[in-house]
Design a protein around this ligand. Structure first.
Ligand code: XMP
Ligand code: MG
Length: 183
């Protein structure tokens, strides 16, 4: 399969690789300033946040550690229910740590608000959220996202870690999936 075949499955490209990297650089400068003198623990949420984590971590010029969690939120179909189950927990003791949760996208906000409360209950010094994308129109709960990349419309998007049936994660940009793909 040619790479262009994958891009033909998009109805629209929302953000190019260059635009994403510029946004991540911008967020990194703010994170560096806010965590100056601290060692931040980046907590990536598998699997969608892998690309954001890889680029953010390499862009940051402050000491960081990385750890990963995998969670699944039960619900009907693609709708998040807010009932979250931990599939893979952190290996790091969070006591006294400054934690920055790294996410690809916030939709209803239910997963992230649960995750933040869960991490805060482990004796952290602070917990903040960095999410590349947020769909304000889909919010069911208010989540305070300190480092937000782009606000997007209420459409299903893929690429840069985001998948449809595990496909398209390797697209370098982010786009809206064409209806013919899931029709
Ligand atoms: P909630 O609704 O709890 O869920 O904020 C966030 C999770 O839902 C997934 N998600 C998407 N995945 N394209 C995707 O590939 C999308 O447009 C999309 N919207 C939500 C994602 O796993 C995220 O962590
Ligand atoms: Mg995700």
């Amino acid at each position: 399969m040619e790479f262009s075949d994958i891009e033909n499955d998009l109805a629209e490209v929302l953000y190019t690789e260059k635009e994403i990297h510029e946004k991540i650089a911008e967020l990194s400068r703010r994170i560096e300033a806010d965590y100056a003198g601290e060692k931040v623990l980046l907590v990536g949420v598998l699997r969608g946040a892998v690309m954001v984590m890889a680029d953010l971590a390499r862009e940051l010029t402050i000491p960081i550690e990385m750890d990963w969690m995998a969670v699944s939120s039960y619900g009907s179909g693609t709708q998040s229910s807010g009932v979250v189950r931990i599939l893979k927990d952190l290996d790091t003791d969070l006591h006294g740590r400054h934690v920055l949760i790294v996410e690809d996208i916030i939709d209803s906000g239910l997963t992230l608000s649960w995750l933040r409360a869960n991490l805060e209950s482990r004796g952290t010094a602070s917990v903040e959220i960095c999410a590349l994308l947020r769909k304000p129109g889909a919010a069911k709960v208010v989540v305070d996202v300190k480092y937000e990349g782009f606000q997007i419309p209420n459409a299903f998007v893929v690429g840069y870690g985001l998948d449809y049936a595990e496909q398209y994660r390797n697209l370098r940009g982010i786009g809206v999936l064409a209806p013919h793909v899931y029709a």
